[in-house]
Design a protein around this ligand. Structure first.
Ligand code: GDP
Length: 366
């Protein structure tokens, strides 16, 4: 390639020499009208992932430039994995710029839940982290929920400045930008989206018409989410793709639930009570007795209890013990997978999850 060209899908510099490297495109594809790298081509046409190592420090380095600029920062968060949606060191990256939060994937929540309540919950979570957004807008990039409000909020708060869009990988940043472009930009789909975390590589800049730009920053990879550890081919089974149907289990003390072969949930102590499970509808949940749990796990993990089909590729399982106090509804969250909502009864619960995956307790959202 004589002149520098960028992939229209992910923004990396294109090259025709090294098929294993970032931005590779076969020379024969130079004739194509839309130039995209082979990785984006495969993701678009075959839903296949060519593994390219993303350097997290390079991503964070790119974020550094935000604080030096005068801009509106738009952060896309995944409402279904809100704790896994925060970006380490975000205060530093934003600098003095205003922050607008877009709570994406609202379509995954049951229709009965009030959006105002979800919004307040996001605001509380942000406040707990010391982040002060100018506004929170709930949306669904896939279902085009409230796109007018999203566009108006961006226009209102940017006050003629550039816009940086940030988010952790898989929050739906690319889908959202594509949706905005489709509804308001008149252009065709420009940014590659895929269910594989970390697909957007370099920053992509989209002109806004007044000499300013929307800059799509690469997704920040956080390794403390289950979605990062599951084989890309199995990711579909744990990623919810529509309204999540809560599954209710009445459990007695000494019973166990398996969430595929990814998490084990032991109800160790407490009165018989209900546990409401919010996971992708496709994820298999298996109930058994705690005393048999280890045996069932060892025998069936990778088959009946899957994903993962290849358990040996996962980090080792570690135990998290929770003592739930009476009187407050709480959720036990397995980041990047889902959560179990508990009543307001006293209970002792052991959750086994791959080491590195965050498991935590929070006030109930629903
Ligand atoms: P990015 O890494 O933040 O750019 O995320 P993508 O835009 O590639 O989206 C990641 C995954 O989330 C894909 O499987 C999308 O289809 C899915 N996704 C994005 N937006 C939504 C949404 O509003 N609702 C639902 N249910 N899924 C979404």
């Amino acid at each position: 390639i004589e002149q520098e060209r960028w992939c229209e899908g992910c923004g990396v510099t294109l090259q025709t020499e090294d098929p294993e490297g970032q931005g590779y495109m076969p020379a024969s594809a130079l004739k194509r009208e839309h130039m995209i790298c082979r990785r984006c081509y495969r993701i678009r046409h075959y839903n296949e992932l060519a593994p390219v190592e993303q350097d997290p420090s390079a991503t964070l380095g790119l974020l550094e430039q935000i604080a030096q600029s005068e801009a509106l920062v738009v952060q896309v968060i995944d409402l279904f994995d809100i704790s896994g949606s925060w970006i380490p060191g975000i205060h530093r990256h934003i600098g003095n710029n205003p922050l607008l939060i877009l709570g994406n994937k609202v379509d995954l929540f049951p229709k009965s839940i009030k959006h105002q309540r979800l919004k307040e919950w996001v605001q509380r979570a942000a406040k707990d982290l010391g982040v002060k957004p100018v506004d929170v807008v709930l949306t669904s990039a896939v279902k085009a929920v409230r796109m007018d409000t999203v566009a108006e909020a961006i226009e209102k708060y940017r006050e003629g400045r550039d816009v940086f869009v940030i988010g952790t990988a898989n929050a739906g940043k690319s889908t959202l930008i594509n949706r905005l472009l489709k509804e308001f930009g008149g252009g065709e789909e420009a940014v590659t989206t895929s269910p594989y975390p970390g697909t957007t590589l370099d920053a992509i800049s989209i002109p806004l018409g007044d000499g300013k730009h929307i800059v799509d920053m690469p997704g920040v990879v956080r390794k403390d989410r289950m979605s990062e550890w599951v084989d890309p081919k199995e990711l579909k089974q744990i990623t919810p793709d529509g309204e999540v149907k809560p599954k209710v289990y009445q459990l007695s003390e000494g019973q166990t639930l398996f969430f595929g072969g990814l998490t084990r949930f032991d109800f160790v102590e407490g009165n018989r009570q209900s546990f409401v499970c919010y996971f992708a509808n496709a994820l298999y949940i298996h109930r058994t007795k705690l005393e048999k749990a280890s045996e069932v796990w060892d025998r069936h993990r990778g088959e009946l209890l899957s994903p993962p089909k290849k358990p040996e590729s996962m980090p080792k399982m570690v135990r998290h013990t929770f003592h739930i106090k009476a009187g407050k509804k709480q959720d036990i969250v397995i980041s990047g997978l889902g959560w179990v909502s508990m009543g307001s009864e006293k209970a002792k619960v052991d959750v086994w999850a791959p080491e590195d995956v965050r498991v935590e307790l929070r006030s109930a959202v629903i």
